[in-house]
Design a binder for this molecule. Structure first.
Ligand SMILES: Cc1cc2nc3c(=O)[nH]c(=O)nc-3n(C[C@H](O)[C@H](O)[C@H](O)COP(=O)(O)O)c2cc1C
Length: 195
């Protein structure tokens, strides 16, 4: 074995979605965020387009993001669908994290690679981030409120028309126990074709 497989398995299986509500106030330092993002860059990428782009919100950037998410939800939601609870959550959740990363897909100018493959590459990058976070004892949360898919979000992030925001990735130290999870066994999720 070239690497320590049991450690790798532990990291993969212990990677957990932990939301800002469950973070302690301990700050996630910039050096750690940089390490996490540097590992993101090593995701597979068809045609080496490297379509990921990260907009990192910290310090005073956090309330700016929170206000944008909440206000956009309010202005873009028909009154009959508006939920005060959701509005409050969009405003309060980012404020419970010390770092929030807008996950972006930058569309290649010549559009040679199918868009879905560029999205897939960015998702692989996020997995690299989440696994690296796990190694640091950090929870991550890939959040995808509807607002992120709007043109307002593109303007807020200053990304191109053909680029996409795929979510907000929060990072934080859990204030309680590391959560458990489960998965359906492999026999329900695979089929072997042998002849
Ligand atoms: C593309 C993507 C978007 C997600 N968006 C949300 C979201 O908006 N809200 C949410 O509660 N969880 C979201 N999640 C996280 C899942 O809820 C989480 O991965 C799932 O509950 C399994 O938990 P685990 O990540 O701890 O294994 C998202 C996950 C992915 C891959």
């Amino acid at each position: 074995m070239k690497y320590n497989l049991s450690e790798l398995r532990e990291i993969i299986r212990n990677r957990r979605t932990i939301k800002p509500e469950d973070y302690s106030t301990r700050k996630v330092h910039k050096e750690i965020v940089v390490e996490i993002l540097n590992n993101a860059l090593w995701a597979p990428t068809h045609g080496m387009t490297q379509p990921w782009f990260f907009k990192v919100f910290t310090n005073e950037g956090i309330p700016r993001l929170a206000d944008f998410l909440a206000d956009t939800y309010k202005t873009q939601t028909a009154p009959e669908h508006f939920l005060q609870k959701k509005f409050e959550m969009l405003s309060s959740r980012p404020r419970l994290a010390t770092v929030a990363i807008a996950i972006c897909m930058k569309r290649q100018e010549i559009e040679k690679i199918a868009e879905i493959e560029e999205v897939e590459a960015v998702a692989c990058a996020v997995q690299n981030m989440h696994l690296t976070a796990t190694a640091y004892g950090l929870g991550g949360y890939w959040s995808s409120p509807e607002v992120i898919y709007s043109n307002h979000m593109k303007s807020f992030l200053n990304i191109g028309d053909k680029d996409r925001c795929l979510g907000i990735f929060y990072l934080g130290y859990p204030k309680g126990d590391w959560p458990a999870s489960h998965r359906r066994p492999l026999e329900y999720q695979s089929e072997w074709i042998e002849k």
